[in-house]
Each structure stands twice: as structure tokens, then as C-alpha cells.
Design a protein. Structure first.
Length: 296
């Protein structure tokens, strides 16, 4: 395996994130005081030192919506100055009547490879982000996501298990768009029933050839780097999607709340150990390189 691609990380400036500078707000990943500050490219590069990571993809961090282009411009400038990251997943508001004016602005930045607007909704308000659970079936959302194909952009898809049937319909409605499922479907209910619902939803998404799964953020709901938990999700996801449709992401600095970067990578390496050499290379490098066009 030649180098690892971190397909999901964030750098941020505190001043650009209201949830960092305002009153402490409940977050899906729990208390976050240790990361309630600037997370710079220097710190990120220090975190990944000696981990084997050679390229990375930045994923948007929810700046104020009207500043979506400012975020892309800042990250592009950081990449020009420091050589990292190597691709950008920017924000675009896909709930507006026509997203194309936003995409026209994002297209100015050569590292933008896709967009994310988080669609996950949950009965628990702490886990809720979207305004309602059925946005994947909204005709406006479907039309706007379909426009991404004309720009060569992918869509980072973030939903919970009960939303996966709708997400599968969204993928069907946009066959020319590559969907990257965030955090391997965000398994938050670890009961037998919850796991069964997750597997059923993941199977629906895996049946869509334009959906791949990102193995990231697996400590979000348990707040630890758990080798057994990660191995279980990696094995289950690879069994459904195949390694050629799975990719690793660190979700740093969120995971820094409970682990180090090196320890996280080592846990994923151990989880992938039962796979063949080519499969491991896909999971850690070639899938991310392909879907985010890192060699373009």
C-alpha cells in the first residue's frame, strides 16, 4: 500500500464558526472544549506525522451559509501556501430554487471536487441537523443534486439509517452523481434492532452503483477509539459495498477528542488486516483518489 488518503478532515478558524465562539452548544460528538479553538493546517500536519498519510480531502465545516465561497477560497489559499489539503468538499445550499449560481462560484476553485449539505435528521434533537427527515425525497433537492454532475462534483451524503431508503431514491434520481456516504451511515443505535436497520439501509445504498461509503467518524456516538466497534463496521461495510467502494477518513479534529491520529490509523489498519492487499489499498488510497479525482 503506497500512502494513505485521509478523505475526511477539517481545519478551521474559530472566528468563522459560531458554534465555537458563542455559548457552548450541545453537539452530536459530545463536549468539545478541547477543540473549541483554531485547528490550523500546522496542527493537522503535526497530528498526522508518521501515520503514512500522504494526501487529504477537506470537508466543509458549516461556516455561515452566505460565506460558503469564503470557506472554499480560504482552504484553497491554505493548500497553495502549504501543499495541503489536496481536494475540497465545499458547502452549497441545495434547498434553494437553483443551486447553479453557487456552483458557478465554487467552480472557480480548482481543488473543489464536491459539495456537502448535511441532510441527517433524528428524533433526538441532539443528533438532529436537517429541518426534516425526508429532504432526500424533495424534488428541489433532487434537481439541485443532479446539477452537480454538470460540474463534475460529487455529493457527500449524510443520513441516518431510517433515511437511507430516501437516500437510495436520491441516488437513483441522480445517476450521474457520485454519492459519498458519510461516516458509514452513522450507526448510532447499537441495539440488535438498530444494527439490523443500519444493515438493511446500507444494503439499499450499496445496491446503487453511484454510492460509496466513507469509513470515518466511527467514534462519534461512543466517544472513543474502539477497535472492536471499528472492525465490525469496516467488515460490515466492506461486505456490502466491496473495498473498491469504501474509503478511510479521519474526521479530525473531532476524533481528537478521544484519540490520537496515529492510534486511529492503527486501529483502522488492524480492522482492515483480514482484507487482501488490493482491498486494503482500495480502502486507504485508490477509492478516495478515484472519487475525489486527486490525480486530476
Amino acid at each position: 500500500m503506497t500512502g494513505i488518503v485521509d478523505a475526511h478532515h477539517h481545519i478551521w478558524r474559530q472566528a468563522d464558526l459560531p458554534w465555537l465562539i458563542g455559548p457552548m452548544q450541545p453537539r452530536i460528538f459530545g463536549p468539545y472544549a478541547p477543540i473549541r479553538r483554531d485547528y490550523t493546517i500546522d496542527e493537522y500536519l503535526g497530528d498526522l506525522a508518521r501515520s503514512g498519510v500522504t494526501r487529504s480531502v477537506y470537508v466543509q465545516t458549516n461556516w455561515a451559509r452566505e460565506r460558503f465561497e469564503d470557506e472554499a477560497a480560504w482552504v484553497q489559499r491554505t493548500a497553495h501556501e502549504r501543499g495541503w489539503p489536496h481536494a475540497i468538499v465545499a458547502y452549497a445550499d441545495i434547498s434553494v430554487g437553483d443551486v447553479r449560481p453557487q456552483l458557478d462560484r465554487l467552480k472557480r476553485y480548482s481543488l473543489v471536487r464536491g459539495v456537502r449539505m448535511q441532510l441527517h435528521w433524528h428524533p433526538n434533537p441532539l443528533y438532529r441537523f436537517a429541518s426534516r427527515p425526508d429532504l432526500c425525497d424533495d424534488p428541489v433537492i433532487q434537481r439541485n443534486v443532479a446539477h452537480l454532475a454538470d460540474y463534475g462534483f460529487s455529493f457527500d451524503l449524510q443520513v441516518f439509517a431510517p433515511q437511507m431508503p430516501g437516500a437510495a431514491r436520491l441516488a437513483d434520481a441522480c445517476p450521474r452523481v457520485t454519492f459519498i456516504l458519510q461516516h458509514a451511515g452513522m450507526l448510532e443505535d447499537l441495539s440488535p434492532e438498530g444494527r439490523a436497520a443500519w444493515r438493511a439501509g446500507m444494503a439499499k445504498l450499496a445496491a446503487r452503483p453511484n454510492v460509496v461509503s466513507k469509513l470515518s467518524g466511527l467514534g462519534t456516538f461512543i466517544h472513543r477509539n474502539d477497535p472492536a466497534h471499528i472492525a465490525d463496521i469496516v467488515a460490515g461495510t466492506v461486505a456490502l459495498f466491496g473495498a473498491e467502494r469504501c474509503l478511510f477518513g479521519s474526521n479530525f479534529p473531532i476524533e481528537k477528542l478521544w484519540t490520537s491520529y496515529r492510534a486511529l490509523v492503527d486501529t483502522f489498519r488492524a480492522a482492515a488486516a483480514p482484507l487482501g492487499t488490493q482491498e486494503r489499498d482500495a480502502l486507504f488510497r485508490t477509492t478516495a483518489s478515484r472519487v475525489y479525482r486527486l490525480d486530476a
